[in-house]
Design a protein around this ligand. Structure first.
Ligand SMILES: [Zn+2]
Length: 76
């Protein structure tokens, strides 16, 4: 089951200019580089990372908390 309502996923989609999470996922489902967001509660840093990234380094807060949008959604 995909999770399209995770607050970080909604934030990430909006940061990329999408009003709907599903549109964001459709555009990036086959991507080799996809938008990722920092999962730390106090940080919403975004970057383009690998689709299966689960613990990417966040350049804003210095933690290994970057997750790709596809991972957050449960698609990867
Ligand atoms: Zn961060």
């Amino acid at each position: 089951m995909f999770n399209l309502t995770h607050p970080k996923l909604v934030t990430l989609a909006e940061a990329e200019g999408y009003a709907e999470v599903v549109d964001f996922l459709e555009d990036y489902a086959q991507g080799s580089i996809v938008p990722a967001i920092c999962m730390a509660p106090d940080c919403d840093h975004t970057a383009d990372l690998e689709p299966d990234q689960r613990a990417g380094f966040c350049e804003a807060c210095g933690r290994p908390t970057m997750k790709s949008g596809l991972v957050i959604a449960g698609m990867n």
